[in-house]
Write a protein that binds this ligand. Structure first.
Ligand code: BES
Ligand code: ZN
Ligand code: ZN
Length: 462
């Protein structure tokens, strides 16, 4: 399935999309033989179920796909994608009636299931050429922008660290900037020290692949949005080395960077009237003779000192310097996205993106955007009572409090110390689909980008 919609003028067979409750009426309108066929094959319009309807000559007259009940759709986002995968080759024209929300889900399900990661399986034959015309009433350009942004995110995460180090992440940001006429720059290696990014340098210096701070700027006028993404291209844990299972997925530790780049791509492709700035600390957290050690005390860009009680809590260190830089300039909204803690996974699992903000209006806008974008998020608290937990006594801050509880919250509180009084949203994402799911193959996945995109008009007064 290609990541696009077919030309609406192309000859196509009807694909009837049916909610379970609409089935009796639909059967009543069908020629009796076709209705009998659907009944005989046990079709109940269950979510993702597909049947082909024969014509008099034994050819295919149409297809019928079940949208199930609202409850079934809530249990399985994009469940209709299972029906798309079962369609025979050809061009299909979806017919309703569909609510606007359902049409959006169908459109997204189609485009997001067009994603393939074939970089390491060259020469594989393309799958059956199934094509779909966009459902009536959907904003096809908007959905395409969302799907292409998401595909970029998935590609970046899925690429193994061997081919996605700090330099390659920089190349990806530069190529994105070039595609949309944005400005790009990078501060690399020893220049990080000269230009006062001590914590990005400290985390990245044990890798032969130089650490760097990446920046992209786009847009001439309008409200200012700054996105900061964790770009740890591989996280061994450093000297506090991870276990085999803990390290297994750590090529995805640049998932925050991949997600902000995907979101940036959506914003630029839609030419939204705003000014965008993307900051990515890109490092590998490796082990060498010059590696950061437990109990080292770093002085951050902001001037706050940090006792390193675990070299595996590196994300908050590199993000802190990037957030400090972000706050040296005005913005109307600052967002950080990071695969920051295992604790976030334990709290909400891989399907939900936990986020933090002190601004109830931002949270409300985001919840609406999440529902519109089929991109579930869950608000977590910046709980002030845990502030003392991240204060080690010997320095201003502790990157790994021995508290033993609320690991995602204490990491978020740590980041907030580097943000001044401005509108701030932080996402602690997972960036990975653990098993094939509709429109989301096992592997890298963006979280929160569509929720933010849909909320931007409200959040930024666009
Ligand atoms: N990259 C990890 C967090 C992570 C682990 C995200 C697994 C998603 C899945 C991060 O750098 C880390 O190791 N965090 C530690 C922090 C702790 C040492 C305070 C964690 O969560 O265990
Ligand atoms: Zn780590
Ligand atoms: Zn990490």
């Amino acid at each position: 399935m290609p990541l696009r919609f077919a030309d609406p003028a192309s000859p196509a067979l009807p694909l009837h999309l049916l909610e379970a409750e609409a089935l009796p009426r639909f059967l009543g309108q069908l020629p009796p033989a076709q209705a009998a066929w659907l009944k005989a094959t046990g079709f109940e319009a269950g979510l993702g179920d597909l049947r082909l309807l024969p014509d008099a000559a034994g050819g295919i007259a149409a297809a019928v796909a079940g949208l199930g009940t609202a409850r079934a759709r809530a249990r399985q986002r994009f469940g209709i994608a299972r029906a798309f995968a079962a369609l025979p080759g050809g061009t299909w024209a979806p017919t309703g009636p569909l609510s606007a929300a359902l049409a959006d889900e169908v459109a997204l399900a189609w485009l997001l299931s067009g994603y393939r990661f074939d970089r390491y399986r060259p020469g594989r034959p393309p799958t059956d050429p199934v094509q779909l015309i966009a459902p009536a009433g959907v904003d096809a350009a908007r959905h395409l922008a969302m799907a292409k942004g998401e595909a970029l995110t998935r590609d970046l995460i899925n690429t193994p660290a061997q081919d996605m180090g700090p330099a390659e992440l920089e190349a990806a940001l530069r190529s994105l900037a070039q595609d949309f006429g944005a400005q790009a720059r990078a501060i690399t290696g020893a220049d990080l020290l000269a230009q006062n990014f001590p914590m990005i340098h400290a985390v990245g210096r044990a890798s032969p692949r130089a650490p760097r701070l990446l920046e992209l700027r786009w847009g001439k006028a309008g409200p200012r949005l700054t996105l900061v993404g964790k770009g740890v291209c591989f996280d061994t844990g450093g000297l506090n080395i991870k276990t085999t299972t803990g390290m297994a997925l750590m090529k995805k530790d640049m998932g925050g960077a991949a997600t902000v780049l995907g979101l940036a791509r959506m914003i630029m492709a839609l030419d939204l009237p705003m000014q965008l700035r993307v900051l990515i600390p890109a490092v590998e957290n490796m082990i060498d003779g010059n590696a950061l050690k437990p109990k080292d005390i770093l002085t951050s860009r902001k001037g706050l000192t940090v006792e390193v009680n675990d070299t595996d809590a590196e994300g908050r260190l590199v993000l802190a310097d990037a957030l400090a830089l972000a706050c040296e300039e005005e913005s109307d909204l600052l967002i950080s996205m990071a695969t920051l803690t295992g604790a976030a996974r334990i709290a909400v699992g891989p399907d939900l993106a936990p986020y933090y903000t002190d601004d109830a209006a931002l949270a409300a806008a985001l919840e609406t955007g999440a529902a519109q974008g089929f991109d579930p998020v869950w608000r977590m608290p910046f709980h002030d009572a845990y502030e003392s937990v991240i204060e080690p006594g010997i320095a201003d801050l502790d990157n790994s409090p021995g508290f033993g509880f609320a690991g995602s919250i204490t990491a978020a509180l740590f980041l907030r110390r580097f943000v001044d009084d401005r509108r701030y949203l932080h996402f602690d994402i997972y960036g990975h689909t653990p098993a094939d799911a509709p429109a989301r193959p096992k592997g890298g996945v963006g979280q929160g980008a569509r929720a933010v995109l849909n909320a931007l008009p409200q959040m930024l007064d666009l």
